[in-house]
Design a protein. Structure first.
Length: 130
């Protein structure tokens, strides 16, 4: 099965922020609920996932890159089988931005993922929620 046949929608949108808690509180003020927190191993940075009533999920992650805050960094596309999607992406010649499938093991947000580079330079995450 091709990668395009496996993508079933948007998993989340990643937004770099200076302070994940402050950003999450702002989104909570707009009706989002805090879904999960995830530390970046080996750094003091964290990501907070918030979810709107319609199910839309934002990943608000702390970044050290000034002038980058608030920009949409990536869109994550949902798949059901990350291993099959990775195999298809390799076979189809997509530029894969990591050497292996990554994993997030938060208490309430568990996923496996990898990123590909689009022709325009943007990164698209391929994501299987566990």
């Amino acid at each position: 099965m091709t990668l395009s046949e496996q993508v079933r929608g948007i998993a989340h949108v990643g937004i770099p922020v200076a302070d994940a808690d402050e950003a999450a509180r702002s989104y909570e003020g707009l009706g989002f609920r805090r879904l999960a927190e995830y530390p970046f191993p080996g750094t003091p940075r964290r990501a907070v996932f918030v979810q709107a009533r319609d199910g839309t999920v934002l990943e608000l992650y702390e970044s050290s890159r000034t002038g980058y805050f608030g920009l949409v960094d990536h869109v994550a596309l949902a798949v059901d089988d990350i291993d099959a999607a990775y195999t298809a992406a390799v076979a189809e010649g997509w530029e894969i931005l990591s050497s292996e499938i990554g994993r997030m093991d938060g208490e309430e947000w568990k996923a496996r993922y990898f990123n590909i580079r689009m022709p325009g330079g943007e990164s698209v995450e391929i994501n299987q929620k566990l």
